[in-house]
Design a protein around this ligand. Structure first.
Ligand code: CTP
Length: 408
C-alpha cells in the first residue's frame, strides 16, 4: 500500500505546456488511494480543461475565488471558494507544473489568484515541480526563487533534462508524473517519525483448549492492538503483529502478521521476535490460566458437575521485562478497582517503560468497543489521562508518547 493512500492532496496546476500531464498525475494519485482536489490558474485552463481534471479527480475543480452559476436564468448568488478551507483540507499541496511566474509569486508572497491564496494558507508540506524553458530554469532570478522557496521548507521536485516545448534541449521539463509520485512517496517515507524502528505488537485473545472442540477464551476483539499496528506502520515502523484468534482484517499489507491461538504459542512467537525489535507493545488479553490437561477426545457430559484443573500460563510481558535491553516495553492493564495503584504496581513488577491503563468502569472503554479511554503511566509514575476516543486516535496518542520518549 502506498503512503499516499488516504492522503488529501491539493494539486495546483499552472499555465505551462506540461499542464496536460496533470491529467496523468491526477490519475496516478487517485490510483494510489489519495483524494485529489485541483486548483488551476486561469492560464492553465488553456492547456488542460477543468472537465478533464474534475472527471479524473472525481472532485470539483477550482480556479476563481467565487463560483458563479453559468445558467443565465439562475438567480443564485455566486459561491465563495474558500481557500483557507481547501488549504486546511490538504495533507499535502503539490504544484505541478509550477511555472516561473507562479514560483516567483510564491516566493514574494503575491496573492492574486486562488492557488496563491491556498499556498499562503497551507499548513501542510508543499511540493513544487518546476516546468520552464532551459534558459528560464538557469536564470539567476529562478535560482534565487528556488532558494527562497526551499528556505520556506517547500520541497522542489527537480525538472528533468530533455526536449522542451521550444524545440531546445536542456533542463526544464517537468518531472514525469510517475517520477513525481515516486518522489512524493520516498520523501514522505523518509520523513516518517518511526522510520527504521521495529515494533512487536500482540493483540486479541488467546484460546486455551479444553478438548478438541472447546476452549477457555475471553471477549477481546483485538481492535486496540490492530489499531496500534496499523498506525505504527503508517508512521513508518516495521511491524510484527502477533495476533490471537480474531476476525479483523489488516489494511496495511506490509505488516507481518503472525497468527497464534494459545498463550504458549504467543509466548514463543513474542520471544522469537523480541530481540530484533525497538519497541514492544503487549495489548493482547492473554489467558492467565489454561486447562492442565487437554482431553484427546471430546468430553462427554456425564455427571452434574465437572471440575477442570487449571494451570497458570507464562506471563509474556513479565518474561520480556526480564530480558529487555534497549527495547521500550509497553504493557496494558485492564482494571476494575484501584486502577492507578494496580497499574503502577504492574509497571514496576513487570519492568515496563509505560503502561496503558483502561478501566472497565469507564464508559466507552474496554473489549469489543470501537472507542477506548486510557491513562498512560510512565516509569516516573507520571500519568497522562485522555478522554474517550476512537481506538485509532487512542493508538496515535500512545505512539506519539512513545515517539517523544524514544527520540529523546
Ligand atoms: N500479559 C501477558 N501474558 C500473560 C498475561 C498478561 O503478556 N500471560 C500481558 C497483557 O498483554 C497486558 C498485561 O500483561 O499487557 C496485563 O495483563 P493483566 O491480565 O491485566 O494483568 P496480570 O498481570 O495478568 O494481572 P491480573 O490479571 O491479576 O490483573
Amino acid at each position: 500500500m502506498s503512503v499516499l493512500n488516504g492522503k488529501n492532496i491539493l494539486l495546483g496546476v499552472t499555465g505551462g505546456i506540461a499542464a496536460y500531464k496533470a491529467a496523468f498525475l491526477v490519475r496516478l494519485l487517485v490510483k494510489k488511494g489519495a483524494s485529489v482536489k485541483v486548483v488551476m490558474t486561469h492560464s492553465a485552463k488553456e492547456f488542460v480543461t477543468p472537465l478533464t481534471l474534475s472527471t479524473l479527480s472525481k472532485n470539483e475543480v477550482f480556479s476563481s475565488f467565487t463560483n458563479e452559476d453559468k445558467d443565465p436564468d439562475s438567480h443564485r448568488e455566486p459561491q465563495w471558494n474558500n481557500h483557507v478551507e481547501l488549504a486546511l483540507w490538504a495533507d499535502l499541496l503539490l504544484i505541478a507544473p509550477a511555472t516561473a511566474n507562479t514560483l516567483s509569486k510564491m516566493a514574494s508572497g503575491t496573492c492574486d489568484n486562488l492557488l496563491l491564496a491556498c499556498y499562503l494558507s497551507a499548513k501542510c508540506p508543499v511540493y513544487y515541480a518546476p516546468a520552464m524553458d532551459l534558459d528560464m530554469y538557469k536564470h539567476p532570478t529562478t535560482a534565487e526563487t528556488f532558494e527562497k522557496l526551499n528556505s520556506f521548507g517547500n520541497v522542489q521536485i527537480p525538472a528533468a533534462f530533455g526536449e522542451l516545448a521550444s524545440g531546445l534541449t536542456g533542463q526544464g521539463r517537468m518531472a514525469e508524473p510517475e517520477d513525481i509520485v515516486s518522489f512524493l512517496e520516498n520523501d514522505i517515507l523518509k520523513n516518517l517519525p518511526l522510520r527504521g524502528k521495529k515494533f512487536l505488537i500482540t493483540a486479541g485473545p488467546t484460546y486455551e483448549a479444553i478438548d478438541p472442540v472447546r476452549f477457555i477464551g475471553n471477549h477481546s476483539s483485538g481492535k486496540m492492538g490492530y489499531a496500534i499496528a496499523e498506525t505504527a506502520a503508517q508512521l513508518g515502523a516495521e511491524v510484527i503483529l502477533i495476533s490471537g484468534p480474531v476476525s479483523l482484517k489488516l489494511e496495511n499489507d506490509f505488516i507481518k502478521l503472525v497468527r497464534v491461538t494459545s498463550a504458549a504459542e504467543m509466548y514463543k512467537a513474542a520471544h522469537t521476535y523480541f530481540n530484533e525489535c525497538n519497541v514492544a507493545i503487549l495489548s493482547a488479553a492473554v489467558a492467565d490460566y489454561r486447562p492442565s490437561e487437554v482431553a484427546r477426545e471430546k468430553i462427554k457430559k456425564k455427571d452434574e458437575d465437572l471440575t477442570l484443573q487449571l494451570t497458570k500460563t507464562k506471563d509474556i510481558l513479565s518474561s520480556l521485562g526480564k530480558i529487555k535491553q534497549q527495547q521500550f516495553l509497553v504493557g496494558f492493564a485492564l482494571e476494575t478497582e484501584n486502577e492507578e495503584e494496580n497499574a503502577k504496581l504492574k509497571l514496576k513488577k513487570k519492568n515496563l517503560d509505560l503502561i496503558v491503563l483502561n478501566s472497565l468502569r469507564d464508559k466507552g472503554a474496554g473489549f469489543q468497543t470501537d472507542t477506548n479511554k486510557i491513562t498512560l503511566i510512565d516509569k516516573d509514575n507520571k500519568t497522562f489521562a485522555f478522554p474517550v476516543k476512537p481506538k485509532k486516535e487512542v493508538a496515535k496518542d500512545i505512539l506519539e508518547y512513545i515517539i517523544e520518549q524514544t527520540n529523546a
